[in-house]
Design a protein around this ligand. Sequence first.
Ligand SMILES: [Zn+2]
Length: 96
Amino acid sequence: MAAETIGRCKCPLCSSDRARLSLAKSKLSVITCNACNFQGFARSDRSDDKLRALLIAEPAAPPADDPPAPPAPIATAPQPAPATRAPMGWGVLGHA
Ligand SMILES: [Zn+2]
């Protein structure tokens, strides 16, 4: 049996909320972030508490298969009009 998952938490490195907090054999928590591949192991009750503090409170629900849509990037810049085909200056080299 793999590590027991406690829940989702916020990655302390990349701030992704898709990091996973699980319980190691030591009964201390382990954070695993799939966004930046960070893994962090609590080695004491203190760090265990700190890791658990990152937990995101959410109603118990079966893990959704489809990941939540990532926040849309700020893309409000107006699209430039399609470029009109500019005639290429073919006579630049000028042949004799
Ligand atoms: Zn991360």
